[in-house]
Design a protein around this ligand. Structure first.
Ligand SMILES: [Zn+2]
Length: 106
């Protein structure tokens, strides 16, 4: 299991599939499955079954389905595109994610 380079709250670009080119914020990461949920991306319709006597929950709801991290790239606002991520060691010893294209911190 490799460590995920993408974190919750990141803006990513979708690289393949029906939503190719779509941009959105990461709502959730699933490191064990190497999947992410991106806001507004890979929407699936789900039929909500009636529960109890309330009718408010009945119908079709749309929600995001997880997509594999290999299908998304971190968005660089400098490059204005999805980019590959590199790491640099900051002066205080901490690791900083940087854009491999322009070198800016992400
Ligand atoms: Zn960049």
């Amino acid at each position: 299991m490799s460590k995920m380079k993408i974190k919750k709250g990141d803006t990513v670009v979708v690289l393949s599939g029906d939503d190719k080119g779509a941009k959105g914020a990461v709502k959730l990461t699933m490191p064990k499955r190497q999947m992410v949920i991106v806001a507004g991306v890979n929407m699936i319709k789900k039929h909500q079954k009636p529960t109890g006597s309330t009718r408010t929950q009945v119908g079709i709801i749309e929600r995001e389905a997880p997509i594999h991290v290999s299908n998304v790239a971190l968005y660089c606002s400098h490059c204005e595109r999805g980019v590959r991520v590199g790491y640099q060691v900051a002066p205080d010893g901490s690791k900083v994610r940087v854009c491999r294209r322009c070198g800016e911190p992400l």
